[in-house]
Write a protein that binds this ligand. Structure first.
Ligand code: MSP
Length: 512
């Protein structure tokens, strides 16, 4: 997963027909957390997110708003960027399919696949769902010709189009999946994909005559390229300097796509076939995560129960927002948001377990240790230091398996160990003792805790970057440290600074 110390990760390119919401924020928060972890580990990380701008759906939304599609895309793209900045999303690339660079790349790719003999002209008749930007079979439709996902009527579609010879890739995709057991995650999603492949893949139209807002087919301005064929290439177009050649991608070593389970079919069946046709490297991993509901119900405009990420950030802060969605949902499974569980978890983990630990220890340190670091050789085999020493590798193992929720749990396990040690040994009582041995024991415990908190803060940075930096102010550290420094459990003996810091996280009071 992390060969050559390079790591390339993508979110989907989100449609700009609507504003970003908690679902798109969820994918982006988790992906950012994973990207930040590998940066902390020292990998050369490339993290891409972006928007999906073309196609009939966006064209129609712009029309309804009485503005040009480009203007519409520009306005909504800013909304995505604004939310990502509020959520501390640190991306390296932002894909915009309406850029000249991307357009050229898509046309280059089209020509390559055409040369390969995988594109031909034909006619297509079927039912189309604009919301999905996809065809539906009669079997899939609900009563009244409704799309099962959008619950809106599908359109009759009949056009002369350019087709992609997908059918000839059925066996090749099957073989790829058989040979690469790690490609599809979580592993159980493979069954659904196998069922599609067993039905046999049908060639599909990759151009539209009826859609003007798109990339023109090379040498045929009467058709634009189908939005999915165009958008998937956004994962690669950003990586090349010269969009008129695919050569730069030949040795490109593996990448991970984080997507929702809703778009797994496009990413396995279509995307793998497209890449094979153009003779380009395939992704190493495709992770189809679950969907979020609110209070057990599907979120939607009609139910008026959409969770607004801006509201969460305003009410509870960015750290608690990131924490909740990473921690509370086993990555891969569906998950539910409720305000009660949000407040309970944030108070229990951020205010009580972590926040109180920092303030208790700093208070004892300031009061009883003259605010200086005594020269004491710590016992690296103590409970706290043993757990702390083992923590970075445990966290890494969970990131390797794309289990950020378990990585975070491991960090809180160590925080629990420290809290338990403090309750057992009761240093606040020992500091009052006449015996020097008792006082030493208390001092050692405080120093061990402080050493551990520094390492914990760095490890928390992928999850809650602001909170991590707040904790590191204890040590006058202004940037996340490197992986090597997490192995040093005698940091304070060298650097000698411990500052009191403001309370880390205030308990959230529930409004009645
Ligand atoms: N534009 C396509 C993707 C093209 S990728 C080359 C698209 N865009 S989308 O705006 O509809 O975003 C879909 C993605 O948003 C899902 O795959 C998922 O990552 C995220 N989510 C949207 N709603 C969601 C939930 N309710 N819960 C969790 N994630 C959800 O499809």
């Amino acid at each position: 997963m992390n060969n050559n110390n390079k790591f390339y990760l993508t979110t989907p390119l989100y449609y700009v027909n609507a504003e970003p919401h908690i679902g798109t924020a969820y994918t982006t928060i988790i992906s950012d957390c994973i990207a930040r972890f590998w940066r902390l580990y020292g990998s050369e990380v490339s993290f891409l997110t972006g928007v999906d701008e073309h196609g009939g759906k966006i064209e129609k939304t712009a029309q309804e708003n009485n503005i040009s599609p480009q203007e519409h895309c520009d306005i909504t793209t800013e909304k995505f960027k604004d939310l990502w900045s509020k959520l501390n999303i640190e991306y390296n690339h932002f894909a915009r399919p309406s850029s000249e660079h991307h357009k050229k790349f898509v046309q280059t790719f089209f020509n390559k696949v055409l040369e390969k003999g995988d594109i031909y002209k034909g006619s297509y008749t079927g039912k189309y769902c604009l919301g999905c930007e996809d065809f539906k079979t009669e079997k899939e439709l609900e009563e009244g010709n409704l799309c099962p996902i959008h619950k809106t009527p599908v359109q009759d579609y009949s056009e002369e189009n350019y087709f992609f010879r997908l059918s000839s890739y059925t066996d090749k995709v099957k073989k790829i999946l058989e040979d690469n057991a790690e490609l599809i995650k979580p592993a159980y999603r493979i069954h659904e994909i196998k069922a599609w492949l067993d039905e046999g893949l049908r060639d599909f139209p990759i151009s539209r005559g009826s859609v003007k807002w798109g990339i023109p087919i090379p040498n045929d301005n009467s058709q634009t390229i189908y939005v999915w064929f165009d958008a998937l290439l956004g994962y690669l177009s950003q990586l090349v300097n010269n969009p008129e050649s695919l050569d730069e991608l030949k040795d490109f070593d593996g990448y991970t796509h984080i997507i929702g389970k809703d778009i797994l079919r496009f990413h396995t069946v279509y995307w793998l076939s497209m890449l094979m046709s153009a003779e380009l490297p395939l992704p190493k991993q495709l992770f189809g995560h679950g969907f979020l509901t609110k209070d057990g119900l599907k979120m939607g405009k009609s139910l008026g129960n959409i969770v607004d990420p801006h509201q969460l950030i305003n009410d509870f802060g960015v750290d608690a927002t990131r924490f909740y969605f990473i921690f509370q949902i086993a990555f891969g499974s569906d998950g539910d948001y409720s305000e009660n569980s949000f407040i309970e978890l944030a108070n229990s983990y951020l205010a009580n377990r972590l926040g109180n630990l920092c303030s208790r220890v700093l208070k004892m340190y300031t009061k009883n240790m003259n605010s200086t670091v005594p020269t004491i050789t710590l016992n690296s085999e103590s409970k706290i230091l043993t757990a702390t020493r083992e923590l970075p590798e445990k966290v890494k193992t969970h990131f390797e398996k794309l289990e950020p929720h378990l990585a975070l749990q491991k960090i809180f396990d160590v925080i629990d160990i420290i809290n338990l040690e403090l309750s057992d040994i009761r240093p606040w009582t020992l500091f009052k003792s006449e015996s020097q041995e008792d006082i030493n024991t208390a001092q050692v415990l405080i120093l061990e805790t402080l050493e551990s908190i520094r390492i914990i803060a760095n490890l928390l940075s992928p999850f809650m970057p602001d909170l991590a930096l707040k904790i590191l102010e204890i040590y006058n550290i202004s940037e996340i440290q490197n992986w090597e420094s997490l192995k040093n459990i005698n940091y304070l003996q060298t650097y000698n600074t411990v500052n009191a810091i403001p309370p880390l996280f205030s308990r959230i009071q529930k409004e009645e």
